[in-house]
Design a protein around this ligand. Structure first.
Ligand code: NAD
Length: 423
């Protein structure tokens, strides 16, 4: 199999990707230039300094960001990422994607994103807790269940959300679980939230095939990434009857023509830290997985994995984007010319934010839903959005990514026109 060719001329800057995607949709739908101008800019981006006492007694000052991109349709909503490569531009792009995603699946939220430049793998739990609490305190006037609701992202999780919720609640003087989503169950989390993104990927994949007159039954699937999104996508796709033949993660990849045993692989990866070395199957390199002749390819790891250098070699018929931004704009064009159908990230991975919305509703009402209700409502929302994207693509004679943007922007436009521009 071929080498994964290096990136050539194409940039991977997510801010530029987000801008190109917005402008393309605006052109196809003939969007009012005034609204386009508004949507090209975030409403608010804050940069904060976060002094933290490290375990050795030293004070270290970290830099953090929160971008509140747009709140026409409801409170800002978006994750917080702790990573050494966080930049203001990346946070802005991710906040824009959240805005379109929430509008596309028709939940009453705007879009936001946050990040702190740090390396959590080299920090103690105590240092991470002090960093999170001080970051929360610094952002306090901008947060709230009706203002801006963070959630986990890369290297943040349930524990991080608990610290944010606790810090915010202490300063308010009452418990405010609705200030974050992605919490653990005992402090107001929702059943089904942990699996929601992977479940959503599988629901959207199944519905997409159905809309093209096909069935998921027996279809071959390759999945890049076996973390939260990839592992649950593998589990539900195989439960829906697909054959998950290949999976890779940072440790390596595994292949089995008749389908991998997903529950056993999940248990093995949890125990050993990755899929590499799983007994009784063939190893496969990550770059070779992307070019397997499968029915469905699910990139569920990082941004920019399918690019100008390897898009020509992709042999999958469908790409269902579990990760955010896994296909670059140039690769997108190449794949479309090859006839590969791409289900875009803002549709395919929206299951997580939909169940975050259900969590927020439960927190606000004080009601706890059964997991069956969460899953049923998730399926209804995602299947409806998938049908609407197909109809929009037909209406505008365009691809599904552009159609998803158009649908999202149309929803934002309706609200904007109804509310008007202040002053
Ligand atoms: P995660 O950290 O749980 O898992 C990431 C996986 O990718 C891991 O298995 C890791 O080993 C693998 N990986 C990393 N680099 C790789 C490489 N070079 N080749 C192959 N595998 C590699 O993260 P996650 O929560 O599953 O998120 C994955 C993607 O999905 C991200 O783009 C994230 O923004 C997006 N996303 C996540 C959610 C969610 O609810 N978790 C929601 C929407 C979008």
């Amino acid at each position: 199999m071929k080498e994964n060719k290096p990136q050539t001329t194409e940039t991977l800057n997510p801010a530029e990707m987000a801008r190109l995607q917005l402008e393309k949709a605006a052109k196809v739908m003939n969007l009012d230039p005034g609204l386009l101008e508004i949507l090209r800019h975030p409403k608010r981006v804050v940069e904060v300094s976060i002094p933290v006492r490290m375990d050795n007694g030293e004070i270290k000052v970290f830099t953090g960001f929160r971008c509140q991109y747009n709140d026409f349709r409801g409170p800002f909503k978006g994750g917080i990422r702790f990573h050494p490569q966080v930049t203001k531009e990346e946070v802005i792009a991710l906040a824009a994607w959240m805005t379109w995603k929430c509008a596309l699946v028709d939940i009453p939220f705007g879009g936001a994103k946050g990040g702190v430049i740090c390396d959590p793998t080299k920090m103690s739990q105590g240092e991470l807790e002090r960093l999170t609490r001080r970051f929360t305190y610094t952002l306090m006037p901008l947060l709230g269940p009706d203002i801006d609701i963070p959630a986990p992202d890369v290297f943040t999780g349930e524990k991080t959300m608990a610290w944010i919720m606790d810090t915010y609640s202490i300063f308010q003087g009452y418990n405010a679980p609705g200030v974050v989503t992605g919490k653990s169950l005992m402090i107001g989390g929702s059943p089904g939230r942990r699996e929601a993104t992977g479940r959503g990927v599988s629901i959207v994949a199944r519905k997409t095939l159905e809309l093209f007159g096909e069935s998921l039954e027996g279809k071959s699937v390759a999945i890049q990434g076996f973390g939260n999104v990839g592992s649950f996508a593998a589990k539900f796709l195989s439960e829906f009857g697909a054959r998950v033949v290949a999976i890779s993660d940072v440790t390596g990849g595994v292949y089995q023509e008749e389908g991998l045993p997903i529950p056993e692989l999940m248990a093995y990866a949890k125990e050993s830290g990755g899929v590499a070395g799983f007994p009784g199957v063939r190893p496969i390199r990550n770059e070779d997985l992307l070019t397997l002749p499968v029915d469905l390819l699910v990139p569920a790891a990082l941004e920019g994995q399918i690019h100008e250098g390897n898009a020509h070699d992709v042999r999958a018929r469908y790409i269902v984007e579990g990760a955010n931004g896994p296909v670059t704009p140039r690769a997108d064009e190449i794949l479309r010319e090859k006839g590969v159908h791409i289900v875009p990230d803002i549709l395919a991975n929206a299951g997580g934010v939909i169940v975050s919305y259900f969590e927020w509703v439960q927190d606000k009402t004080g009601m706890a839903w059964e997991v069956e209700e969460v899953n049923r409502r998730l399926q209804t929302k995602l299947e409806r959005a998938t049908v609407e994207v197909k109809e929009t693509a037909e209406r505008y004679q365009t691809d599904w990514r552009t159609a998803s943007y158009i649908l999202a922007i149309e929803r934002i436009q309706e609200v904007y026109e109804e509310r008007g521009l202040f002053p």
